[in-house]
Design a protein around this ligand. Sequence first.
Ligand SMILES: [Zn+2]
Ligand SMILES: [Zn+2]
Ligand SMILES: [Zn+2]
Length: 135
Amino acid sequence: MQKLESLLKNHGLRRTEVRLQVLSAFSQQDKAYSQQDLQNVLGNIDRVTLYRTLRSFEDKGLIHRAIDGTDQAKYALCQSHCTSNAHQDDHIHFHCVTCGKTVCIDDVQVPTLQLPKGYTIQDAQLIVRGHCGQC
Ligand SMILES: [Zn+2]
Ligand SMILES: [Zn+2]
Ligand SMILES: [Zn+2]
């Protein structure tokens, strides 16, 4: 908990019980959570509060969207170098088609792309689908 509290503090977030609960869910498993997943893990947490918590975590550089090609928005913990409005989550996201989980593969970067003249990249997402190590 000590570690989670300082994580909140370092990202300019006041310590609240809900924030600690949500952060602790993220830090327990190395996978991306949808809002529904978190709802299941945390039990009776208010939907709006959870939604706002996720928004503020994303704004402050604690979590990022793990786009995985499914229609559910999922979020995963950021590495320590992300800060408010300066995310650097240029790693790939792996979606297991068997168990349905999505994980960040932090040490595999999205390759540099050669775009046509006049095009610039704001951010790039790379989704890899397949079977995870447990499936
Ligand atoms: Zn980030
Ligand atoms: Zn799997
Ligand atoms: Zn990620």
